[in-house]
Design a protein around this ligand. Structure first.
Ligand code: GAP
Length: 482
């Protein structure tokens, strides 16, 4: 059984063993902080993405979605402030030459204090760090690291450089002839694709403020401390929504979206106490208020989603740099203005990790005569990679043919999986391990009365139902209410 401290490692191993997530280019020993999704991880991720997309663009009549390119004109990133400001305070260890993000180094130290039972000490470190970060006091941060005698994990020394800022954007060349090539960036957030298309969407969609534009897509950051599995990657996916509002109404819309997004997280069947808000002390260069929704991962409470009141910072800067008007004419006020924006920005990969952390369960099923256990992923049925497994008890006597008929009836409605190999017990365990909520077994009684055994993943209870009821029985459990 995994204890709390090794639960995280158990989840990582489970993901690899059962086709959810693999280290990227593993045959070449992998690439740091880059991961590939396997067959079941891809289905899980797609289901979460679809649920978010529907929640935004179908449940909210005033939100539409777009799909902008990853490459954008380089001036975009000058205007957005990313060229000048998208950096983190870093510190290098002079002996190992290893570079660390200052906040991560201090947070790890605070975690260590907490583990040793010094919760007050841990709190004091974080409070002091927040103060120094808010004041951009880099000398103070270095002094704090030295005072706490924090050492590099590799060299074991506390021989630190000064704290410096390090830009997180990846750049590449556009064009084949190097003298003519332009430096462009891989987008570090999807949001700018929305801002530069704000008027295209507003005009062609005849959108009236307040309205939102949603987008899902890849983002890239040259993270320095890239560890903790898919929590912090160099290539990852964001699901972002920019909500355009009248200036002066940002406080109420900020509160609205905080509640709305928390409601969404709870709709995933995760208990309320596993979430908390964390208000930002040091605001990003574009924000006048910001908070995170944190989930309690096996590695502690960590950010899954950010909610930011971005003022008119982005649209105003794009107007200035592009010399194109970014104003909206409000017919009710008969006034033109640059809208303010509330942003909700959630990491798709972190949401995958949250659902895996919540779902992963090890159960001891031992009886007096026999030792037994199972690993099961208790996903909400709607998000599970496979909804229904069809398992003929044997490979003969016409049972596979009945199983194939069930597959043909159901596979147009939800993801089904057919398997005849191995004992039924082993097949159930494999389906538990990838989180399949329903298995139906075709046996000899099926030939007599047209019924199958349906087995429920979480309770492991079984009952007989008619073949004709299977599709509705499964489909009725696939709704996620929001
Ligand atoms: N447009 C605003 C923005 O990008 P952010 O807080 O930097 O804000 C939003 O990122 C979300 O993207 C985070 O809450 C997190 O879930 C996800 N995210 C950020 N960096 C990530 C990384 N390196 N790996 C995985 N997910 C990341």
């Amino acid at each position: 059984m995994a204890t709390d401290s090794n639960r995280f490692q158990a989840i990582i191993s489970h993901c690899k063993e059962y086709g959810f997530i693999f280290p990227s280019s593993e045959i070449y020993d992998g690439l740091s902080a880059v991961y590939d999704y396997g067959q079941w991880g891809t289905e899980l991720k797609r289901n979460i993405r679809d649920h978010w997309w529907r929640s935004m663009t179908q449940f909210h009549e005033n939100i539409v979605g777009i799909d902008a390119a990853i490459f954008m004109h380089p001036t975009t990133w000058k205007a957005s402030g990313h060229v000048d400001n998208f950096s983190d305070p870093m510190i290098d260890n002079k002996d190992s030459k290893k570079r660390y993000r200052v906040d991560h180094l201090l947070e790890a130290h605070a975690d260590e204090l907490e583990k040793q039972g010094d919760a007050a000490g841990a709190k004091a470190v974080i409070a002091r760090m927040d103060e120094l970060l808010a004041a951009s006091d880099y000398d103070g941060l270095k002094k704090l690291i030295e005072t706490l005698d924090i050492k590099c994990a590799i060299s074991g020394t506390n021989n630190w450089t000064d704290v410096r800022q390090f830009n997180l954007m990846f750049s590449t060349q556009l064009g084949s002839v190097s003298e003519e090539a332009n430096e462009i960036y891989l987008r570090p957030e999807t949001a700018q694709g929305i801002f530069v298309n704000f008027l295209n969407v507003q005009k062609t969609g005849r959108m009236k403020i307040p309205f939102g534009i949603a987008q899902v897509g890849k983002a890239f950051r040259n993270e320095i401390v890239a560890r903790q599995f898919i929590f912090r990657m160099r290539e990852f996916e964001q699901m972002e929504m920019q909500f355009f509002i009248r200036p002066g109404t940002q406080k109420e819309w900020y509160e609205f979206w905080k509640e709305e997004r928390m409601k969404w997280h709870r709709s995933l069947g995760i208990p309320a106490e596993k979430f908390k808000f964390h208000d930002h002390v040091k605001l990003a260069h574009y924000a006048d208020a910001a908070c995170d929704i944190e989930y309690e991962f096996p590695i502690g409470f960590k950010e899954v989603e950010g909610i930011h009141s971005r003022t008119d910072f982005d649209l105003r800067n794009h107007q200035e740099y592009s010399k194109k008007k970014m104003t909206y004419h409000d017919p009710e006020l008969n006034q033109s203005y640059i809208p303010y924006v509330i942003e909700t920005s959630i990491g798709l990969d972190r949401t995958v990790m949250m659902l895996l952390s919540e779902a992963y369960t090890e159960e001891d099923l031992s009886t007096a005569d026999k030792k037994d256990s199972r690993s099961v992923l208790k996903f909400p049925a709607a998000l599970a990679p496979i909804k229904l497994a069809v398992l003929p008890l044997t490979k003969k006597d016409g049972l596979p043919e009945i199983g194939k008929d069930i597959m043909n009836t159901c596979k147009g409605y939800f993801k089904c999986f057919y398997e005849e190999k191995d004992t039924i017990g082993k097949r159930y365990r494999r389906m538990d391990a990838i989180g399949t909520p329903f298995c139906v077994t075709v046996d000899h009684q099926t030939k007599d009365d047209g019924t199958v055994t349906i087995r429920y993943r979480d309770s492991m209870e079984q009952e007989r139902i008619a073949i004709s009821e299977i599709k509705n029985a499964v489909e009725s459990k696939l709704k996620l209410t929001y």
